[in-house]
Design a protein around this ligand. Sequence first.
Ligand SMILES: [Zn+2]
Length: 232
Amino acid sequence: MEPQPKVCYLCAEPVAAGELDDEHVFPENLFNPGDRADLIKLPAHRACNASYSKDDEYFRLCMTTAAGDEPKAKTLWNGPVLRGVHRPQSAKYKAYIHRSLREVEVSTEAGIHLGKAHVMDQDAARIQRVVQRMARGLHTHLTGDILPRDWPVSCDLLDPRTRTDPGWSLFCTGVRTIGNGTVCFAVKRLDEDPRDALYWIVFYDSIDFWAFTGTKIQGAIDAALAKIQERA
Ligand SMILES: [Zn+2]
């Protein structure tokens, strides 16, 4: 289903033609050029869209750093991510990144010392803002409906080991991939209100997030998990 035309999915207000922008639900910069054929776009205000551009750059830096040797992330990290940090006009951004880096001693699991490495203290609020916007966009993309501006949306990093949890298959059926696997997502919607939903979103097959739209879905999931545990 197509979303209602010319309503901004970010602020739920009408968009005049001169203010209209096509906004990527998953920012284009997360994808290598050869992986951009099936990106999801929605109408948004130019200003609403632009308000995320710095967060999007930060998000890509964090995700490609955290994804380590995953090939798609590594290609981005070695190309546009590093170039972005070293642009002369991004001196302020560079200083910000440097402040959030801290040096740590690295050892293997067996305790072999590998020397020093930089670890980023990632700014959780900025990352959450980006993932919450993605959940909002997925809702509009999948239902054609736009969430009210004040509709609660929350998200958190998810331990990838959760994928082997026995309750997992209940929630995450019909996994869809975008950009040749750059991003995967699955949805579980509450029958009573389609605006209440759980989204599972994975970047570079490495970094997993939960996102919740609405507040009732979490209770429904807890109840379902409790039932599974009773049976076990
Ligand atoms: Zn807007």
